[in-house]
Design a protein around this ligand. Sequence first.
Ligand SMILES: Cc1cc2nc3c(=O)[nH]c(=O)nc-3n(C[C@H](O)[C@H](O)[C@H](O)COP(=O)(O)O)c2cc1C
Length: 395
Amino acid sequence: MESLTDNDILPPLTIRSHHPDSKKEITLKLPIINGGMGVGVTGPELAAAVTNEGGGGVLTGVVLNYPFKEILGKYLDEEPYEANQLALAEWIATAKQKVNGGFIGVNLMVALHDFKELAFTAAKSKVDLIIAGAGLPMALPEIVSKFPDTMIAPIISSVKAARVMIRRWMSRGRPPDAMVYESIHHSGGHQGADLIEIENGEHQPEEVIGGVRKLLDENGLQDVPLIAAGGVWDKVDIKRHLAWGAQGVQMASRFLLTNEAGAEFGGISMFKKLFIENETPAILERSPAGLPGRAVLTPFSARFAYSKSEVEKEPHECPAVCLVSCEKKASIYCIAHHLTESLKNNYEEGLFFCGSNIGKPGVVKELLSVKELMYRLSHGEPVHIQPTQAIAEAV
Ligand SMILES: Cc1cc2nc3c(=O)[nH]c(=O)nc-3n(C[C@H](O)[C@H](O)[C@H](O)COP(=O)(O)O)c2cc1C
């Protein structure tokens, strides 16, 4: 059993721009950033709180127009892409104000039609770091080249993908400023792999983290931090990922269980209730993005689970025009709609993405403030809490 009073001090995390015209360098007191959670879960309240407690706060910049219109009635008259940009710029400005100009990152999906415009908007709004996944962000250095102080990080899930990204970006004279590795066996939401790779147990965290660290070092990128995501729940997990060769961690599911998550959309109480009460393992479901999605088993996700050999398409409109890979009205369902239903506490129709810790036995789940959570992540869980031994053994 892990000691409950953990006196080890976690190392800080430094990220610096590799743009030839920038000397920007940011050091976070704690090597912890929150994962972007689309749509709408990681807004300014959560991101600012994470930064103010010594970590790195990351906003989601994904398909903001739909929840803004549906829930807040804002930007009603705007076209989808303009509404996305307005909402993103507004969130970055609000979050920046809450952290007095401190660190704010944004998570974007390459698979979005307006990825380029959103990345440009984020950089123009002076975001510190763009983390881009759901596809490899090949052209990101060119998109933000006029903004030397906007740092950029691709999300990769294998050593091979890391190699492709390093080669491509270095050939453009702009190595990555950080790399985020998401484990396909543990992370919530879309996975950067085929179902078969997940089923075959390929790309295990220890192997990929070690491999990517080696690759970065071999390319002279010793100062580029590798940030590991997926299945990180407590200080024990953080230390394990650092020991494997990561310089920081990105955590999402545990941050969803904070008062600040989804604050802009009423606090997303059903999401939090499901995370706390759910005892069924997370499932993999089909997504119109063409990637497997890890989610809580609910009436909606069950309809599109991979465990079912056939699924029935759901007739729908295409109000947010979000994914490049989506065949709009012809695709299996509208993901923007079902993700927004989860923000509206709709148990039946919401799509509740989650990491593998949700539904795993032995995981201590409580709703905390970000302040309390960050304290626990840097000091260990309080004595009355049992450690997440089940996770430690399973990874
Ligand atoms: C509700 C939810 C929504 C997510 N949305 C996104 C997203 O929009 N873009 C993305 O790159 N990752 C997304 N993720 C993945 C997280 O950012 C993170 O890397 C991953 O969940 C880490 O694993 P953990 O949840 O076990 O901590 C999402 C995860 C969750 C739980």
